[in-house]
Design a protein around this ligand. Structure first.
Ligand code: FES
Length: 274
């Protein structure tokens, strides 16, 4: 006897209704908290204009520094002031990393959802329908396309921050290591992972060729194709966890600066291993 299966019609979801029953609001909430903490901390530190470098010796022997806060790197040779108020160099410096983060493809998705509810999550409707929505093809959101140029600046900053890390193991001309050296090293590794996993960098190193194995590339220099492919694979691997690199590097910047500020202000002593 043939078995008859009765097919039930799929449940109808009214147009515009939310179909998610999970905690979809948790991610936008954590984004607001995380970015909010960073914005407040970075603003306070940028305007403080103090306690950003720890000199070589405990008593400031020599004329260099071992630790330098990432908010104040590089040390600028000039200072400006307005009506007696010294403008903090962090205000010039932070423009570049902030532009890089604000135009980052991952952060865009995160803050569009968390702050503009545009939409707040997949399958969750926007609070109100927009009459004129042009995406990122019209002003002001078209400015997000500056990300590729912000990447060039971020790569320059990365080199300068690596130099600071080398200095963090230099204690008045002698090799040494303190907790600050390790924090700065961890910070630059995370920043490198974040920057080198950038979507724009992925396009830059691999986008010149849409297909590495296609016959149209057969005449290209083999070594050039191979090198480009390896670089693209490396960036692609980092890109898989771009969100994790983004958040961990943001947290490590705060942690590193907080430690350097605490040592520079005398609130704590640097933990020196040798
Ligand atoms: Fe995130 Fe470029 S896409 S840093």
């Amino acid at each position: 006897m043939a078995l008859e299966i009765e097919e039930k019609p799929a449940a109808r979801v009214p147009l515009g209704a939310a179909i998610r029953k999970d905690n979809w609001w948790l991610k936008p909430l954590l984004t607001v908290i995380g970015l909010g903490i960073f914005a407040v901390y970075a603003t306070l530190r940028a305007f403080e204009n103090n306690y950003y470098a720890v000199p070589w010796g405990a008593a400031g022997e020599g004329h260099g520094h071992t630790y330098l806060s990432p908010f104040y790197s590089p040390l600028l040779p000039f200072r400006y002031s307005i009506a007696g108020w010294a403008i903090s160099p962090a205000l010039y410096i932070l423009v570049f990393p902030l532009l890089f983060r604000m135009t980052c493809y991952y952060y865009r998705q995160a803050y569009y959802r968390a702050f503009f509810w545009d939409p707040p999550a997949c399958a969750i409707p926007e609070p109100s329908a927009r009459k004129h929505y042009h995406g990122e093809r019209a002003f002001p959101l078209i400015l997000q396309n500056m990300h590729r140029y912000a990447l060039y600046a971020a790569l320059v900053f990365l080199v300068m921050l690596w130099w600071d890390v080398i200095q963090a193991f230099n204690f008045n001309g002698r090799f040494g290591m303190g907790l600050g050296s390790l924090l700065m090293l961890g910070n630059i590794v995370l920043l490198t992972g974040y920057t080198c996993g950038c979507h724009s960098l992925r396009h830059l190193v691999g986008g010149r060729m849409d297909c590495f194995t296609c016959p149209m590339n057969a005449n290209a220099e083999h070594a050039e194709v191979r090198t480009g492919y390896r670089a693209w694979r490396f960036v692609s691997r980092l890109n898989l966890n771009h969100m994790q690199w983004a958040w961990s590097s943001l947290g490590s910047v705060i942690l590193t600066d907080l430690y350097i500020r605490s040592v520079a202000s005398g609130a704590i002593q640097d933990l020196r291993f040798f």
